[in-house]
Design a protein around this ligand. Structure first.
Ligand SMILES: *Cc1c(COP(=O)(O)O)cnc(C)c1O
Length: 402
């Protein structure tokens, strides 16, 4: 195929022309996908090692998820929560049981789950803990990523995410991730919650020091503070367990879920917590037109069934060991450090060699799609259906570009 026959350049130019430039995508125009592989408009195939930032944990178009979506499309797609539909209870019960919590509140995007968690924690603080009205504080970690709403970017420490978007929402205290003393010092009588990612994804797949979360749990218990785990990226099998915080032997008061909960088909997010927490919300106090819609519930319920088998968690643990072993072999050969758990890795490339952006461009050229985070760090997060051979292939391509 000659350059004139290629559809990619024109498609890239069109996309660039007609959208706000709030992303800097790799120059790949995807047209089809299955499992761990995508195909572009010119027929080139790529191994997907980003998996929609973990929204595609079960791979592209997992047959069971596609079947659930098709079946539901032929019956009922939307009712709003003004009425109850026949897919709702099944999804909520399944997810609540998966989380070991009493109740579930379904929303659509991850940011909405985070916003819901913040609202619930504040109301719990006023009505249950007895914090004076308007004084609730939530402690968060530096280098967090919890989404893009005005309130959420108010407690971001990333200038790109935050600058020029004020005035900012008050009520948040920022401490270093992994520093228990700093967290203890930041908690006051008005603190209603500690909101943390069990592993900080956007920050570069940062795993906290051993014992950190156990300490956070103890502190929250002592000070009557809710522990909110943002498992939107780290959860649902990504790290080799259903939830990343399980590795720490800790149960949070609230799980925030999203991304893979929609099976890579529809946006589905949720908050899961016990009645003593989520029960503070009364009719009319919170909601979403699309939240918990029939299509979302049908797909989400199938996601829960896939996770209930434990098969994906086991794959992630087993194949993740292989991925990390392969990547560790590159340390000192163009790689400075590798972090992560299960099928999730942050790889620090030697900045003298190339930037993270250059690394992912070269990987794309070799048929592996990944994404840089900050500076010279790239993140690898293949769908959990990836095979050993595909992992070895991706590691080999990384070795080749270094
Ligand atoms: C992606 C993400 C969010 C936000 O989810 P959206 O669906 O993009 O709104 C929140 N928290 C974490 C940890 C995420 O990775």
């Amino acid at each position: 195929m000659t350059d004139v026959d290629m559809r990619t350049p024109g498609a890239l130019a069109d996309a660039e022309r007609w959208t706000a430039h709030n992303y800097h995508p790799l120059p790949v125009v995807i047209a089809e996908a299955e499992g761990a592989w995508v195909t572009d408009v010119d027929g080139r195939r790529y191994l997907d090692f980003l998996a929609g930032y973990s929204a595609l944990n079960f791979g592209h178009r997992h047959p069971a998820l596609i079947a659930a979506a098709h079946a539901q499309l032929d019956k009922l797609t939307l009712t709003s929560r003004a009425f109850v539909h026949d897919q709702f209870a099944d999804f909520c019960r399944g997810l609540a049981e998966l989380c070991g919590k009493d109740l579930v509140l379904p929303m659509n995007t991850g940011a909405e789950a985070v916003e819901t968690g913040i609202k619930v924690a504040r109301k719990w603080g006023y009505r249950v803990k007895g914090v004076p009205d308007g004084r609730a504080e939530i402690v968060v970690a530096a280098n967090n990523f919890h989404g893009r709403t005005t309130t959420i970017v108010s407690f971001s420490t990333d200038p790109d995410a935050r600058d020029d978007f004020g005035p900012y929402t008050p009520g948040f205290t920022i401490v270093d991730f992994g520093d228990l003393d700093a967290l203890a010092a930041a908690v006051t009588d008005n603190t209603v919650a500690v909101l943390l990612e069990p592993i900080q994804g956007e920050a570069g797949v940062l795993v906290p020091p051993a014992g950190y979360f156990a300490g956070v749990r103890r502190l929250c218990d002592e000070r009557n503070v809710l522990l909110i785990a943002d498992e939107i990226q780290s959860g649902l099998g990504r790290t080799g367990k259903t939830f990343a915080i399980e590795h720490e032997g800790v149960v949070p008061d609230m799980y925030l879920l999203g991304k893979a909960l929609g099976g890579g088909i529809v946006p589905v997010s949720a908050v899961a917590a016990d009645r003593s927490v989520l029960g503070v919300l009364k009719p009319g106090e919170h909601g979403s037109t699309f939240g918990g819609n029939p299509l979302a519930c049908a797909v989400g319920a199938e996601v829960v069934r896939l996770l209930a088998t434990g098969e994906f968690q086991e794959r992630s643990a087993r194949l993740g060991a292989r991925l990390h072993e392969g990547l560790s072999g590159l340390i000192g050969r163009g790689v400075h450090a590798v972090r992560g758990r299960g099928l999730w890795a942050g790889v620090d490339i030697d900045p003298a060699l190339m930037t993270g952006r250059e690394a992912v461009e070269r990987l794309a050229h070799r048929g592996v799609l990944a994404k840089d985070t900050h500076g010279s760090t790239i993140r690898l997060a293949p769908p959990l259906v990836v095979t050993e051979e595909e992992i070895d292939h991706a590691v080999e391509q990384l070795r080749a570009i270094l």
